[in-house]
Write a protein that binds this ligand. Structure first.
Ligand code: F6P
Length: 358
């Protein structure tokens, strides 16, 4: 028995832990695992792959990125523009099927976000047995309470805020920190609270600049001369949209730039010296936290179990401290957003954090 695995979409810490889990669990069953390089692109004939031998897996747990490579572009991109779904051309699907047949692969594990899992579903509908492992640093898939990579990203944000506080304090400045979070503000919310932010701006809570400026002025009045603002890249400008760096017809638009925008605006309104810092891909790189290594390995082991049980079309899912599974179809359709009245938002408000909405 031979199975395949690929990573698709943006990388995130913990991907290698999934591979580690898959290869270990498969070896126990006497199965071989083939890893396809660069996402679904590795499925194109003649196939770009490596044999994942269990004895070679030692040491990958702590490695960031993915040993297989990944891409969020190419022939298999199912999410384009602003969340639109594209059908993968039939000839491309046939080519992928031919490679898997040639390599005698019984089932394919797709580790990816909603776009990649949508591609996985299209392959499944075309007769390929697919099992999904959710991957999103933004932690915004409704079907799983948590995804690996998120904890590492939050840790990076907290580390950055710890450093930025000292320079902001020294100069009595406002510091605006732009973090990842395309549709959901989880990284900004968790990282912001844990890192002692004073203002958090997220896509789910409409803000206006007067409220943000007031939060800074109130701190000034209390003798607190530095203010830390964390803004999710996907936060919407008042009455507008997210700030886009580059529009794309073949993949999702690239977001970015709201940090600079917010910094310029609050400097103008408050007269405070303001700097902005975009954490960008620092949040995606580096060694995964212990939690992400564990979650990744558990997801990998569960994916093998799903194949053993022939639960194709299912995706691994984390619910109430337990790794379970859900149909991929259900999973990709719903985004898990921050609820503006949730307990964690209330916690932030209770400790004096402003969301710029009042
Ligand atoms: O969706 C995950 C994410 O990390 C977003 O937060 C971000 O907008 C995007 O990926 C960046 O992707 P890329 O690697 O293409 O720059």
């Amino acid at each position: 028995m031979r199975i395949g695995i690929l990573n698709s979409g943006g990388d995130c810490p913990g991907l290698n832990a999934v591979i580690y889990g898959v290869v270990g669990a498969a070896a126990k069953l006497g199965w071989e695992v083939i890893g396809f390089r660069d996402g679904f692109e590795g499925l194109l004939p003649p196939g770009d792959y490596i044999m994942l031998e269990p004895e070679k897996m030692a040491g990958i747990l702590k490695q960031g990125g993915t040993i297989l490579g990944t891409t969020n572009k190419g022939h298999f991109a199912a999410k384009v523009g602003e969340g639109n779904v594209a059908e993968i051309p039939q000839d491309i699907i046939e080519k992928a099927k031919a490679t898997l047949k040639l390599l005698e692969i019984r089932a394919l594990i797709v580790v990816g976000g909603d776009g990649s899992l949508t591609t996985g579903m299209q392959l499944m509908r075309n007769g390929l047995p697919v099992v999904g492992v959710p991957k999103t640093i933004d932690n915004d898939l409704a079907a799983t309470a948590m995804t690996f990579g998120f904890d590492s990203a939050v840790s990076t944000v907290v580390d950055a805020l710890d450093r930025l506080h000292t320079t902001a304090d020294s100069h009595k400045r406002v510091m605006v920190v732009e973090v990842m979070g395309r549709n959901a503000g989880w990284i900004a919310l968790w990282g912001g609270i844990a890192g002692g932010a004073h203002v958090i701006l997220i896509p789910e809570i409409e803000f206006n600049f007067e409220n943000v400026a007031n939060a800074i002025r109130q701190r000034e009045a209390q003798g607190l001369h530095s203010t830390m603002i964390v803004v999710a890249e996907g936060a919407h400008l008042p009455g507008g949209d997210a700030v886009t760096k580059e529009k794309s017809a073949s993949s999702e638009h690239r977001l970015g730039g709201i940090g600079d925008y917010v910094a310029a605006k609050v400097a103008e309104m408050t007269g405070k010296e303001t700097r902005s810092c975009t954490l960008g891909h620092l949040q995606r790189g580096g060694s995964p936290t212990a939690l992400d290594r564990l979650l990744g390995a558990r997801f990998g082991v569960k994916a093998v179990k799903l194949i053993e049980e022939a639960k194709y079309g299912h995706m691994v899912s984390y619910q109430a401290y337990h790794v379970d599974s859900v149909p991929i179809e259900e999973a990709v359709s719903a985004c898990r957003l921050v609820e503006p009245d949730s307990e964690v938002v209330q916690t932030a408000r209770a400790v004096g954090i402003s969301f710029g909405d009042k």
